[in-house]
Design a protein around this ligand. Structure first.
Ligand code: F6R
Length: 621
């Protein structure tokens, strides 16, 4: 989604804004722009396409544009095409703004503005806010008052950052839903952004503005007031653990590949962060409000979108198996609008790596109104879901820059398994010995993953060979049963996202209920069939596919020769996998489907880390 950076201080604002926006590129965008105060006038440079276009504009200017105050934006089009005209910042008279989110009543506002004689230049909802501020200032209001009054006319969740030539060297930002974070620059000045990552080079003491906060940044420092009352409020900084080094590619050609390779460490860190190892239950969680919520739950409802939904689905399979507690898994965008019945005793868990996904957040808010307890599972401290759920468990995946979720998925499924083990021990559905065995198997996973990812492993070699053979495929089905089914869905999603291939994930048993009609020689069927209790059934589904001429790529145990013989291409799981319970093979399958898509995307030459049309955190519906 859109990214915002604002800066006022003693450094070159153009440099700070461009560097800051680069840190936000991973969120996805289609145009960019910056506005700088130069001798009390605001100069704007913007362009469709990549940020590099803006850098070029600056390079091409003979005289460097020196400024100590400005705002920048990367736009992910919602209202109006991704053109230069629609790119932010928007200038209306002396008012300049950038905006993230949606103004829901923009049509009414637009009509009123046109009746008043204004002529919006772009197709965006954002630009209209500038006219509202301008009109208020023409009536004599200060910039802050004008922004406050204008904001009260808006419906929807959005944040804006505004400047005016009438009040030079001042930035006013409002957070209303979409995140806005602020740090003090130790060299003097203030940096504002829509996400903490551009702020890390300045300070790790980050202030996450609350919903309904307005920040005023000047060379002297910052002040936060409540949008509604205008009263000053104190907001304490949160110390972020993420370091700027983690934002680097670390020698990998893409962030996505680096993040896939970070997965063994993600498991270890997340376990260390949430498990109290001094208790009888090996899955004991460190005391925190979320533990009480889990203890009281008679039923769970997992709500999520995209990859997080796949993690939740796997969570259902594990939690029900180990604890016997019923679990529903819901797509947030559907759940929120269908008057769902939520029985008393249900704990609603929002699973979201970013903690900002609009639909998941809206479900948690709705549940709060209904007095249903809510829990968040998120990778981002200070995120909206982390702050608005009754309690939160954090995954410790570190910053994920690649748009396609990989290591955060790994961390989410880990938390799902930990919930299964924790609740399983408590519910006594399984013996303590079985739970202890599950834990002993789980702690082997980081080592197994490292071996799996080692250069020279048979798995890696075969993924690359398989991808070479795929060049003319017209579409893909990923199939699996049981614990492999959510991984099949995830494999297909990854391939669509980064390689732009037509791909479907299916429960293997469902193929013959329709999709098998699509199977012919141009199709590739990727079958996930590790040795588990579903393997034989999956293999018989595969026979049906083979009879119809599809190319078959098998992913299974290295010594599963029967399966291998049925397949045109074969990706063996590392033989060390034999040492773990079949119920945990999802951890080992995840990197296989991720790497399969990665190498396919590299083969096709797509923009792996910033795939077209996608955003890292989806803050609009
Ligand atoms: C897939 C992907 C998306 C997200 C989805 C939910 O690689 O990244 O499908 O999983 O947008 O995002 P979060 O987890 O931030 O709620």
């Amino acid at each position: 989604m859109c990214g915002i950076v604002g800066y006022i201080g003693s450094r070159s604002a153009a440099d700070v804004l461009i560097q800051g926006l680069k840190h936000l590129e991973y969120r996805g965008y289609d145009s960019a722009g910056i506005a700088l105060f130069i001798k009390n006038q605001i100069v704007i440079e913007k362009s469709e396409g990549r940020l590099g276009n803006i850098e070029k504009i600056f390079r091409d200017k003979r005289v460097p544009l020196y400024s100590s105050c400005g705002i920048g934006h990367t736009r992910w089009a919602t209202h109006g095409k991704p053109t230069t005209k629609n790119a932010h910042p928007h200038k209306t008279g002396h008012v300049v703004l950038v905006h993230n989110g949606i103004i829901e009543n923009y049509l009414e506002i637009k009509k009123e503005l046109i009746l008043k004689g204004h002529t919006p230049q772009s197709e965006t909802d954002s630009e209209l806010f500038g006219f509202l501020v301008l009109d208020e200032m023409e009536l004599g209001a200060s910039l802050v008052t004008a922004v406050r009054r204008s904001f009260s006319k808006l419906l929807g969740q959005c944040s804006v950052v505004v400047m005016s030539e009438r009040e030079p060297e001042k930035i006013v930002g409002v957070r209303n839903g979409s995140p806005l974070v602020v740090v003090r620059d130790p060299e003097g000045g203030v940096v504002i952004a829509s996400d903490a990552q551009p702020l890390l080079p300045f300070s790790r003491e980050v202030i996450f503005l609350e919903h309904g906060d307005l920040v005023i940044a000047t060379h002297e420092g910052m002040q936060v007031i409540e949008l509604e009352s205008g009263l000053e409020v104190e907001r304490k900084p949160l110390s972020l653990e993420w370091s700027i080094e983690q934002m680097d590619k670390g020698g990998f050609p893409h962030y996505m590949l680096k993040e896939i390779y970070e997965q063994p460490g993600v498991i270890t860190h997340t376990l260390n962060q949430i498990l109290d190892r001094n208790q009888k239950n090996p899955f004991s969680l460190f005391p925190q409000p979320g533990v009480n919520l889990l203890n009281q739950a008679q039923e769970l409802c997992l709500v999520a979108c995209g990859t997080s939904w796949h993690a939740a689905l796997l969570g259902k399979y594990w939690i029900e198996r180990w604890s016997g507690i019923p679990v529903n898994v819901e797509l947030a965008s559907e759940f929120r609008y269908r008057d769902p019945v939520v029985r008393s005793g249900t704990l609603v868990i929002g699973v979201s790596q970013s903690g900002e996904t609009a639909d998941t957040l809206a479900v948690l808010r709705e549940m709060r109104v209904r007095r249903v307890p809510t829990l968040g599972v998120s990778n981002v401290r200070g995120s909206s879901i982390a702050r608005e759920a009754d309690a939160v468990f954090f995954t410790s995946a570190g910053p994920e820059v690649g748009v396609a979720a990989t290591k955060t998925f790994m961390a989410q499924i880990l938390v799902m398994l930990v919930f299964a083990g924790y609740l399983g021990f408590k519910q006594k559905k399984k013996s303590n010995l079985e739970i202890a065995q599950l834990f002993n198997e789980l702690v082997k996973i980081p080592h197994l993953l490292s071996q799996e990812l080692e250069e020279g492993s048979e798995m890696l070699k075969q993924i690359r060979v398989t991808v070479q053979n795929l060049s003319h495929s017209k579409g893909f089905f990923f199939i699996g049963r049981g614990y492999s089914y959510p991984l099949a869905l995830e494999g297909a999603l990854k391939l669509k996202e980064i390689a732009y291939d037509y791909a479907e994930g299916y429960a293997a048993g469902e193929l013959k209920h329709g999709p098998i009609a699509m199977i012919d020689q141009g199709m590739v069927v990727v079958v996930l069939a590790p040795r588990d209790s579903w393997r034989d059934k999956t293999v018989s589904n595969l026979e049906e596919v083979k009879a119809r001429g599809a190319m078959i790529v098998g992913i299974g145990d290295s010594d599963d020769y029967d399966l291998k013989n049925l397949c045109d291409d074969w990706i063996p799981l590392p033989s060390e996998n034999r040492s773990i319970d079949a119920g945990l093979l999802s951890f080992i399958l995840a990197p296989v489907v991720q790497l399969f898509s990665y190498y396919r995307a590299v083969q096709k030459g797509t923009d792996v880390d910033k795939p077209r049309n996608l955003a890292k955190s989806v803050t609009v519906e």
